[in-house]
Design a binder for this molecule. Sequence first.
Ligand code: AMP
Length: 428
Amino acid sequence: MTHRFQAVKGTRDILPPESALWNRVEQTARRVFATYNFQEIRLPLFEETELFARSVGADTDIVSKEMYSFEDRDARSLSLRPEATASVVRAYIQHGLHTRPGLTKLYYIGPMFRRERPQKGRYRQFYQVGAEVLGSSDHPALDAEIIEMLLVFLDRCGLREYTLYVNSIGCSDCRPKYIERLRGELQKVKDQLGADSRRRIETNPLRVLDSKLPEEQPIIEKLPSILDHLCDACRDHFQKFQQELKDRSLAYEINKRLVRGLDYYIRTTFEVTAPGLGAQNAICGGGRYDGLAELLGGPPTKGMGFALGTDRLLLALRQVEESGGKDQLDVFMVWLGASALRAARMLARRLREQGISTELLYEETKLKKALGLADKSSARYAVLIGEDELAQNKFTLRDMRSGQQRAMSESALLRELAASAGASAAEE
Ligand code: AMP
């Protein structure tokens, strides 16, 4: 028996009508981000493995267990990108973007690859929409503005329920002292922790705060908070950042356990969660990072950005069914006879030039059957062309919802359809 191919575990096909939703979300990102003066960067899907080992961290789960790495023919190790910040910063250095005036504001859209255990909202090929600001500013207003942009984007996508969590993780002055204190406290409760957390007391105690194990929660809640250990400069930055959020009427909650395990992360961290997603409820994570460019051989650079999981955003939107209306076909063209086909072909071309989506049958089909097909295609209108229409130099426009139909000239038809297509575009 021949093998029946299936998409590889953890990957999937995005079929219509769902693909229309994806397009809409990505288009919304492009529109909103452009209004904040962000420009798109298109990055390679694979890079040198070393880039991720250095930037994401060799001892993180992502790099140590989850990367799709392979040896190229010249024996270099390459990896499918597990995230894109490293590539953005690599490109920033490689192309000398720091020599351009002002801040560099970039966004990217595309697939990422991590060999995680697949489950709802967790895939091995998943998609992110992300944005990064690179340059010399670490003004708290910048942090708040990026978050505003993200939330405007979520609102435009139609996401109504979500929570923004923020925290500060200090800097290279205050964080090491906090980590020592945390390590000391963790040693005291070591016996009550699971194997992973016990190991992290030595390797990366901040990550213990990330633990999702139910039995560890009461212990973690009692651990000292980083917010009580910030230096004056970091405390001031965090306060101003919160004031900037308030000034923009952006609601947030402080989550003192929101941390990042790598040294170059600094001060602001944030996360957006949405209800109804089960364990994988984080739709977006982000924060400030300094020193990543230097770590990759570039000039001193401050950075701030986020990565949003498109798969999870779409799960949260749960609009697949209701969306049918917006991406539907505008016109299903029905023709009878060879001369009608000629007229239909010309009209279809003109409609498509106007941005009106049009389906034209290749073979002559009886009227009743053709209207049945138009109905199944969920077309908003059918345009009928037969002998009568040809004789009068008119077209019949049939409203597929009401069943009403009217004969009209080509120019009237174009006007009517353009107005209707324009109205549905404006709804988006
Ligand atoms: P991270 O790069 O780990 O901070 O992830 C940023 C966002 O990407 C998360 O908040 C998720 O929404 C999304 N994400 C991360 N990993 C996966 C995955 N395996 N499948 C689907 N979405 C993911």
